[in-house]
Design a protein around this ligand. Structure first.
Ligand code: 6MZ
Length: 352
């Protein structure tokens, strides 16, 4: 485990509000409990529950959003999430979040994202590079400070309308200079229709944004086929594919973001030894290990690597290679890729 922590890692599938520390959620719940907005003990029981079906996870997100969705809390959790990833040697983080509008507290999708950006700028434990133009890293006494690259994906929630999805894409375009590189489609997979989001996703791609889709969390083969035909730059999960769609995925070589603990906890995959990671890994299909929601699922990226190592008998060399290969699938530019490759090369010499 220690070795998995010290190895540099790339995180490509992390939802901001799923990555909030439990301690922070409790603190926020206590404050709202005192104000009489919620009943603290009810919230405590929900947060502490370990195993949740996919359906229960989305109920939990509604609760988390009650606790977190004001500007100052969004700023706080963004800062904490970036610092938590950096503390376990994640050197490149693609953080995704759903911009939320809440007229009652004067929140627009833009002001939500401004609060996220403020949280990023408040990070103090590590240098953060988030602009496409790059950050000049300070050298103090001859040693370069630890650095993390952060890029953002704006999520479209499957509950949203075509217009709301389009608003998110336009916001992403507006915020390109601030490190927004793409669009994610997520939310409860049994809600909404592919056709609703397609116009916004097409527009996003035409404008040069990268696209990743939550695909196959439930066995909706028609939607899975339509998603593969769209040829997104990556997909997340890929759990419930039939043989035909599996064949399509493999021949299209679409990189897959694999979230082991999330899939097991939500019972999307019944047991780790039959996880589709094995098939993809053996076929040398592009893939990356990711956390999904490290707070909700009590995991970390290092733990995900540890889990893969023990479940699939991967050695240190294989794990390191797996982490390094993820560089190929990031949505940042070639300069970032080169810098990350150099970081991994330097790390090889230090790790035993
Ligand atoms: C689908 C998920 C998800 O955007 O509020 N989200 N969508 N499948 C999953 N697998 C378990 N985990 C998280 O982060 C929370 C939101 O991310 C999506 C859901 O829409 C959830 O409300 P943000 O920062």
């Amino acid at each position: 485990m220690e070795w998995c922590v010290s190895m540099p890692k790339v995180e490509l599938h992390a939802h901001l509000n799923g990555s909030v520390r439990n301690s922070t959620l409790f603190e926020l719940a206590r404050v709202l409990g005192e104000k009489g907005v919620i009943v603290f003990s009810d919230v405590e029981n929900v947060i502490m529950k370990d195993d949740r079906t996919l359906h229960e996870v989305f109920k939990l997100f509604d609760l988390i959003h009650i606790l977190t969705t004001d500007h100052s809390t969004i700023t706080r959790i963004t800062k904490e999430v970036i610092e938590d990833f950096a503390s376990e040697n994640v050197v490149y983080l693609e953080l995704r979040t759903t911009p939320k509008r809440n007229d009652s507290i004067g929140m627009s999708k833009r002001s939500y994202m401004d609060a996220v950006m403020e949280g990023l700028r408040a990070v103090s434990s590590v240098d953060v590079d988030y602009c496409p133009t790059g950050l000049k890293t300070d050298t103090v006494n001859g040693t370069t400070r630890k650095k993390i690259y952060v890029r953002f994906l704006l999520s479209i929630d499957r509950r949203e309308s075509t217009e709301a999805a389009m608003e998110t894409v336009k916001l992403a375009l507006e915020m390109r200079d601030l490190g927004v590189v793409g669009i994610d489609l997520s939310g409860n997979p049994i809600v909404g229709n592919w056709a609703t989001f397609l116009p916004a996703l097409k527009f996003a791609r035409e404008q040069g944004l990268y696209i990743t889709l939550h695909c196959g969390e439930v066995p909706n083969q028609e939607e899975i086929k339509a998603m593969i035909d769209f040829l997104p730059h990556r997909i997340g999960h890929a759990c419930c594919f039939d043989m035909e769609n599996w064949r399509r995925l493999k021949s299209a070589k679409i990189p897959v973001e694999i979230c082991l603990t999330s899939n097991i906890r939500t019972e999307t995959i019944s047991s780790i030894d039959i996880h589709h990671f094995v098939d993809l890994y053996k076929a040398k299909h592009p893939l990356a290990l990711c956390t999904d929601d490290f707070g909700v699922f009590s995991t970390s990226l290092s733990r995900e690597y540890g889990l893969a190592a023990s479940a699939f008998s991967l050695g240190k060399t294989e794990m390191f290679q797996l982490a390094e290969n993820a560089i190929d699938f990031i949505f940042a530019d070639d300069g970032v890729k080169e810098d990350l490759r150099a970081t991994f090369e330097a790390a090889v010499e230090k790790l035993d």
